[in-house]
Design a protein around this ligand. Structure first.
Ligand SMILES: Cc1cc2nc3c(=O)[nH]c(=O)nc-3n(C[C@H](O)[C@H](O)[C@H](O)COP(=O)(O)OP(=O)(O)OC[C@H]3O[C@@H](n4cnc5c(N)ncnc54)[C@H](O)[C@@H]3O)c2cc1C
Length: 293
């Protein structure tokens, strides 16, 4: 960042937006600072620090669980609220998103806004059906899948800041949810070779078997952006969770939607096996947690 001239510390998010505006395209938001400092950032003269605006919090609100954009991976990994089976996928991802020192700084907003192919947190956010709220000249609320349709830097405007994520909570009695995140990497905190998250919602009426009512599966580290697997309903519909055959079919479906895949770390044969196995393990674990909730 050879052009960098100043750090600005706004009092609130409106001032942050104004500073971005005043920067005339040469000002950028900094949150955890773990990737911004490694990117070239040609022409960036001003960094607007949003890490002191109270956006590092997790709280229950009317629409669900609100997670401020500056909540760090470490905070997510320690959060009592995310021990709920339906949210565990996000907590598990936050536990492996880089080495400990990085996780105490990297924010959920930065992990999504600067989405790399291996970024961990966007994958569970996709299956949990998160909503994203932004601040800017045209504040908006959108589905996380909309923000991740293309790279977020192409979806967000230059003077737009991700403010919070909302995870919907299903309060219907007799409904239970479970989720899981699986990461395969060379070491526990290395970039993922394959990641997969699954979320399951089901009911278990008195004396009857658990019945799946909804399911989402997403994978990461296989494309430039995480992929939400589509059209899997016929595969899980009418299944009760104890039958393995449909889980195998979901693994095959994941492969058919993202494969064949290869990168500098592994051959397509190896990565295909990883992504299928990771997806199946995530689904199995999510179902188990939903049944046990
Ligand atoms: C050694 C190392 C290992 C890592 N391993 C992993 C890993 O295994 N898994 C993983 O997921 N991540 C990993 N990371 C972290 C990842 O690569 C990014 O560095 C991190 O996600 C960026 O988050 P940040 O909060 O630090 O963002 P910053 O570096 O502050 O910002 C990144 C970009 O996002 C923009 N931005 C930040 N916050 C917002 C917001 N609220 N609204 C709009 N734009 C915003 C900034 O303007 C900038 O362009 C690793 C990082 C390092 C250094």
């Amino acid at each position: 960042m050879k052009d960098l001239k100043e750090f600005r510390y706004p009092k609130d998010i409106n001032e942050a937006i104004r500073l971005l505006h005043d920067g005339n395209g040469n000002a950028k938001v900094i949150a955890g600072g773990t990737s911004l400092t490694t990117l070239k950032g040609k022409g960036v003269k001003t960094l607007v620090d949003i890490s002191r605006l109270g956006l590092d919090r997790i709280e229950k609100v009317k629409e669900g669980l609100s997670i401020g954009a500056c909540t760090t991976a470490y905070m997510l990994s320690e959060a009592q609220e995310l021990t709920r089976p339906g949210f565990r996928a996000l907590q598990e991802a936050s536990m492996t998103a880089g080495p400990h020192g990085v996780r105490t700084a990297l924010t959920i907003g930065g992990n999504v806004a600067q989405c790399f192919p291996w970024s961990d947190l966007p994958v569970p956010l996709l299956v949990l059906g998160a909503k994203v709220k932004t601040a800017g000249n045209n504040p908006r609320e959108m589905e996380i899948s909309q923000l991740l349709e293309r790279h977020p830097s192409k979806v967000l405007e230059s003077e737009e800041i991700i403010k919070e994520f909302i995870l919907p909570i299903d309060e219907e009695p007799s409904v239970t949810t479970g989720s899981a995140f699986i990461k395969v990497s060379r070491t526990k905190n290395d970039d993922g070779l394959a990641t997969a998250a699954a979320w399951v919602k089901g009911v278990a009426p008195e004396g009857a078997e658990f019945e799946i009512k909804d399911m989402r599966v997403a994978v990461g580290s296989v494309r430039s952006m995480p992929v939400l697997i589509e059209g899997i309903e016929p595969l899980w519909k009418n299944s009760n969770g104890s039958d393995e055959e449909w889980i195998e079919k979901i693994g095959d479906e994941v492969l058919s939607q993202v494969g064949p895949i290869a990168d500098m770390r592994a051959s397509s044969q190896y990565k295909n096996r990883l992504i299928k196995t990771a997806s199946m393990r995530a689904v199995r674990m999510a179902v188990k947690r939903a049944i046990e909730e």
